[in-house]
Design a protein around this ligand. Sequence first.
Ligand code: ADP
Ligand code: AMP
Length: 218
Amino acid sequence: MPVFMVMLGAPGAGKGTQAKQLSEKLGLPHVSSGDLFRENIKNKTDLGKLASSYIEKGDLVPDDVTISMVKDRLSRPDCAKGAILDGFPRTAAQAKALDAMLEELGYKIGLVPLIEVPESVLMARLTGRWTCRENGHVFHTLFNPPKQSGICDLDGSELYQRPDDTPETVANRIRVYQEQTAPLIEYYEVTGVLEQIDGNQEIEQVNQDLLAVVPSVD
Ligand code: ADP
Ligand code: AMP
């Protein structure tokens, strides 16, 4: 049975970092809505142009375009075994749309890890984040430094600071998370798929805690 997981948590909680590691260990694709938008921005598509006006302010991209972008990604053959969703859903409408998408395929969400980190930690995590241009691998100047400054350890590509990782935009993203995304915690709690994970530990320990609750992948 395919395993669909939704990584839930505030911006900077460590969703991308953990999703990348789980993706390699479990052989499941990492589906990050933020990465999909950034790819569209890089390729100067119409979707990229629309999305960038929201992303640069730290606001959410409208549900309709976000849902159709993710639906398209999940319909690709590599998601037949399941997927690790990161950054989607972020609103109640997106969560309902995801349930409908999976139901159409005869699947449902198996696990929603909620990575919990105190709000006071998030700003330092995001303003020190360096991201790799090629594959979105994530580093941190203090907490997870690359071996060579400015270069991704994993694929040798250039590291850059995301334009939406400035203090002002981060503050808005945290506000938007509290208002629009945090209500999803209850949404998934009632269906019994939510697992609370302490994200305020070493990256490797968070990964071990996650692996302990992941259902087995065929
Ligand atoms: P998210 O995808 O939830 O926004 P990221 O995975 O991109 O968060 O992590 C945000 C920043 O925090 C990155 O710079 C990353 O290297 C760092 N980070 C992730 N997990 C931890 C951790 N457990 N401890 C310290 N820093 C972390
Ligand atoms: P992330 O890479 O997850 O931090 O996302 C970066 C930005 O992309 C967010 O601040 C939003 O502007 C936009 N974004 C990513 N995922 C979504 C989503 N599911 N719904 C709306 N906007 C999103």
